[in-house]
Design a protein. Structure first.
Length: 226
């Protein structure tokens, strides 16, 4: 039986992936670098900001010393916050699905490679923050997805005040990327992929694939955890 649902954020709760790309490119413009949309979705989407810059350096796209990464992360955060105020929005079906889980007393958490300030900004503006018991963001992990650290930390936080602990096999993760699905599997959790960022063919590692969260029923969730 289902005991908890852990959500990715970008590409699942909000369609802010393109805002992240625009923010990265505004910062990278000072180095005459631009990430094409196809390359971003193929190679960089699942990373934290820090890991994305590191990978760009590793790939030879960005020619700077790694010591400058924290500076660029901060610049990108400032740009993203401004874009989110005007262009950020939640994805269709999200609110209905959150209400379904809430009405069935299912604990919810967010595990994301985005910064906490970015996540909370959008949740607060959409009036969704109250649905989530805890948020694990980029600042809270040493290793980003596909490493399972974030999901395991999320579960640990959900269990902190509970006498009856929730096991990983009673958790369902909602993800939009291969990296996130791999992390969920490594954490011993069940997974549902939503095709907001990638076609279903790229997400076959998931146990269930949907085009919209409104397609998921409580029966679906319980069956995954049976």
């Amino acid at each position: 039986m289902l005991k908890a649902v852990i959500f990715d954020f970008d590409g699942v709760i909000t369609d802010s992936e393109i805002l992240h790309l625009r923010s990265f490119n505004k910062v990278l413009a000072q180095f005459n670098v631009e990430i094409k949309k196809k390359d971003y979705y193929l190679n960089y989407l699942g990373f934290t900001d820090n890991d994305c810059y590191e990978q760009l350096i590793k790939d030879g796209v960005l020619d700077i010393d790694k010591s400058r990464i924290p500076e660029l992360v901060e610049q990108k955060n400032v740009v993203f916050r401004e874009l989110a105020k005007t262009d950020g929005r939640t994805i269709e079906g999200v609110r209905e699905f959150l209400n379904l889980l809430h009405d069935n007393h299912v604990p919810m958490a967010i595990c994301s490679g985005a910064l906490l300030s970015e996540i909370e900004l959008i949740l607060d503006e959409a009036k969704l923050r109250s649905f989530f018991e805890t948020i694990v963001s980029a600042e809270h992990v040493k290793k980003g997805k596909p490493h399972p650290e974030g999901f395991l930390r999320s579960l640990k936080r959900l269990n902190k005040e509970r006498e009856k602990k929730i096991s990983a096999r009673r958790c369902v993760v909602i993800e939009d990327s291969l990296w996130g699905l791999q992390a969920a599997k490594a954490a011993g959790m069940h997974s549902i992929a939503v095709t907001n960022s990638y076609d279903a063919e790229r997400l076959t590692i998931a146990e269930k694939i949907v085009d919209n969260l409104k397609e998921i029923t409580m029966d679906d969730l319980h069956k995954l955890c049976a």
